[in-house]
Design a protein. Structure first.
Length: 194
């Protein structure tokens, strides 16, 4: 599957557009405009992604619409790859040294799927000694690109461990939700004795 998936720049651009927005339907010509290539290249890649089970198509009149099939066994992992390779995820990874001593950084899957968060939701969760000025700059740039506010939380490692051991509702809720780890090990992040 991987050798078939990552051979085309057009395919990657289509995945960047579609994976974070599985609720949207995309017409072929809309994708052609967004990707900026000829229609046959887009059609070819859509057919390949459909044959791999990642997309579904629906015909309406003489138009074809494509949506992401979130039940595809590869969807979650591909979404995580997109989240780490573009946007805020990539910025956090690339800025890791400037950000300070980060033990863990994770993005919520809801954020990666393009859902707007409520006041209580956290899009980015960071644990460690963080240079807040650098983090705020990275987040502001991502917010401008997205056109949405990004909710983030930063805890020291000691505070994170303390709140985790006390079953703090806020920390527990983030640990229970789907997420993509940008920095740090998933098992250590969830273990009580980190």
């Amino acid at each position: 599957m991987l050798k078939e998936l990552f051979v085309s720049k057009v395919r990657i651009e289509i995945l960047k557009i579609m994976l974070p927005n599985p609720q949207n339907q995309y017409h072929v010509r809309d994708l052609v405009r967004r990707v900026g290539v000829e229609i046959n290249a887009v059609r070819r890649e859509l057919a390949k992604l459909e044959s791999l089970g990642l997309l579904r198509k629906r015909k309406s009149s003489n138009k074809l619409y494509y949506t992401v099939d979130t039940s595809c066994v590869y969807y979650a992992e591909l979404l995580a790859l997109i989240g780490k390779s573009y946007g805020l995820g990539l910025s956090i990874i690339e800025s890791q040294k400037r950000l300070g001593d980060i033990r863990f950084a994770a993005l919520s899957k809801a954020f990666l799927r393009g859902r707007e968060s409520s006041v209580l939701d956290v899009d980015l969760f960071v644990v460690g000694r963080v240079d807040m000025d650098v983090l705020q700059q990275v987040v502001r740039i991502a917010e401008r690109r997205l056109g949405n506010e990004i909710n983030y939380t930063v805890l020291s490692e000691q505070e994170f461990l303390h709140r985790k051991r006390r079953n703090d509702q806020f920390v527990t809720r983030f640990l229970m939700q789907s997420r993509t780890m940008l920095i740090g090990d998933e098992e250590e992040f969830c273990a009580l004795s980190s």
